[in-house]
Design a protein around this ligand. Structure first.
Ligand code: PGA
Length: 239
């Protein structure tokens, strides 16, 4: 696992955007796995700037998101507002689980099939939860899991409560499974702030721990972590 050390969120956002942009620029066709949340927001802002500066057509970019709340379009709204519209990725090439699907099990299977039909994910961008989750794969999730419905933990609900001022926060979500994420050819994980320090320290211990889902990335051959000073604080205290 490669670690890129940055000082703060601004540098993290710029480095992450450069990383993703070079993938986009150098490929004839690319499937990006994308994350929501606070951490990648700055990266998306930079990507939007680069795509305008370089006047790059993004007709070769396909995206699949990690997750969506059940009975909500919160992450659809986030992606349109922060990513698809400003960056200019054609709508029909973007994919997010449908949290309003009548049959959620069927929706999970459909989503797996979408990823397969795209030929898999070339680069998956991940955040990391305070509890070590990736996507909405909460502690204890089977490492071989596929896209499934999850009951969110109190830690995740409280970390994300700020996004639900107008609608009631759903307690369930659809998430890509850990097995699904692990099949991505390359993974870029972004970690910012002191609240992530515990999860980051566990990640770099190198051993697998189902209670810290991100540790599964120690099993993947091509992972880069960009972490700011806060997120590295416990890691560096020990070394
Ligand atoms: P955050 O979320 O970027 O809002 O901290 C990360 C995550 O929960 O995966």
């Amino acid at each position: 696992m490669k670690l890129i050390k940055v000082s703060g969120e601004e540098e993290l956002s710029r480095m992450a955007a450069e990383y993703v942009f070079s993938k986009i620029k150098n490929a004839d066709r690319v499937v990006l796995g994308l994350a929501t949340g606070r951490t990648p927001l700055g990266m998306y802002r930079h990507l939007s700037k680069y795509s305008k500066e370089y006047k790059l057509s993004l007709s070769h970019v396909h995206t699949v998101n990690l997750d969506e709340y059940v009975g909500s379009k919160a992450y659809h709204a986030y992606m349109h507002q922060n990513v698809f519209d400003p960056i200019g990725i054609p709508n029909h090439q973007t994919h997010i689980p449908d949290g309003y699907a009548v049959d959620l099990e069927k929706e999970c299977m459909r989503y797996e099939a979408v990823i397969q039909q795209l030929g898999g994910i070339d680069l998956q961008v991940l955040g990391i939860g305070e509890n070590g989750h990736i996507g909405f794969n909460e502690p204890g999730t089977d490492f071989s899991s596929r896209t499934h419905v999850v009951e969110l933990t109190e830690s995740t609900l409280s970390a994300n409560a700020k996004y639900f001022t107008r609608e009631k926060q759903p307690r369930k979500a659809i998430t890509m499974g850990i097995g699904t994420i692990l099949e991505s050819k390359e993974i870029l994980l972004l970690a910012a702030g002191l609240k992530k320090a515990h999860a980051v320290r566990e990640l770099f211990k190198g051993s697998l721990n189902e209670n810290i889902p991100a540790t599964v990335l120690n099993h993947h051959p091509n992972v880069t972590v960009i972490a700011d000073r806060g997120a590295r604080s416990l890691l560096e205290e020990e070394s």
